[in-house]
Design a protein around this ligand. Structure first.
Ligand SMILES: [Fe+2]
Ligand SMILES: [Fe+2]
Length: 295
């Protein structure tokens, strides 16, 4: 069952002309770790959309069907918004995203596509199974986006950061909390199970650590202000202790919650805080005004 109003796509736009590279002042490492989202998410979230469009015919519950359609529209907008930061923000500051983005497009467009082994009889026979695996993986990934989204909209330690970049991350984070239940509900609806949830959480955790660490490495190498220090997790740990990233212990506890048989995402994050942010987000407010003007 949907928890609130139908999921809506907010057609936000962001102007990064005045956004400094180190948009968290004097914190290049924290800025780059959060900038990883611009490198990872366009490929990842458009992949979510393709997988969900493939799964949609399997959804027999009308409410869930509506939620999945709203989810796809929101994720597509997230992908576009992060992609819009690549040229006017990262490239403008001399950071070339392509060494990393070429590899991530291979991952999501080739390895995790419908027919990674080619269009043959075996691949076609495995399509229902392969779709369930990918939906299960997305459900585990969406647990992380909800947890991180709740952190970015509730932390006060970034209030002094660049307002445009902060609004992008908080608008995205709030929508992640808003649609927190959809991926889990879809996974269970098409035959997901508790053991599958456990397996996909382990895969998602390893994959996200790898993607974050390699994208951060790619950017830090290009920034004269940062030296990449081996030990991405150690760097995250120290920034978490200072409140500039979610604390590693909090993320670890959230992973453990996912293993609980009674887990449901509706108890993750605070939907009231998320909807309040979306009501006051400068970008979301501009999008609502533009929508009203063209209606
Ligand atoms: Fe998203
Ligand atoms: Fe999401």
């Amino acid at each position: 069952m949907s928890e609130q109003q139908p999921l809506q796509q907010r057609k936000v736009r962001f102007d990064f002309a005045d956004t400094p590279l180190h948009w968290v002042p004097n914190e290049p490492e924290a800025s780059h770790i959060m900038n990883s989202l611009h490198l990872i998410l366009p490929a990842e979230e458009f992949w979510f959309c393709r997988v969900y469009n493939k799964a949609l015919p399997l959804v027999t519950d009308p409410q869930l069907r509506e939620d999945v359609q709203g989810f796809v529209k929101q994720e597509a907008q997230h992908a576009r918004a992060h992609d819009s930061a690549l040229t006017p923000y990262l490239l403008r500051h001399g950071i070339d995203p392509t060494p990393f983005t070429q590899r991530i497009h291979w991952l999501f467009d080739k390895l995790l596509c419908d027919y990674p082994l080619g269009d043959n009889a075996i691949s076609r026979a495995l399509q229902p199974w392969w779709l369930r695996q990918r939906v299960g993986l997305i459900a585990a990934m969406e647990h992380f986006t909800c947890v991180l989204g709740d952190w970015i909209i509730t932390t006060r330690s970034l209030d002094h950061a660049d307002p445009v970049m902060l609004d992008l991350l908080r608008w995205h984070g709030a929508e992640e909390v808003e649609h927190r239940s959809v991926a889990h509900d879809l996974h269970m609806h098409i035959g997901g199970s508790l053991p599958m949830r456990w397996v996909f959480m382990l895969i998602a955790t390893a994959a996200l650590i790898f993607l974050f660490s390699s994208s951060v490495k790619s950017m830090m190498r290009q920034d004269p202000a940062t030296r990449y220090r081996p030990g991405f997790l150690k760097l995250w740990y120290h920034l978490g202790q200072r409140g500039l990233l979610p604390r590693m212990g909090d993320i670890g506890r959230s992973v453990l919650r996912y293993f609980n048989p009674s887990y449901h995402p509706r108890t993750e994050g605070d939907i009231r805080v998320a909807m309040d942010y979306l009501a006051h987000s400068p970008a979301a407010q501009r999008a609502a005004q533009e929508k009203a003007a063209t209606a």
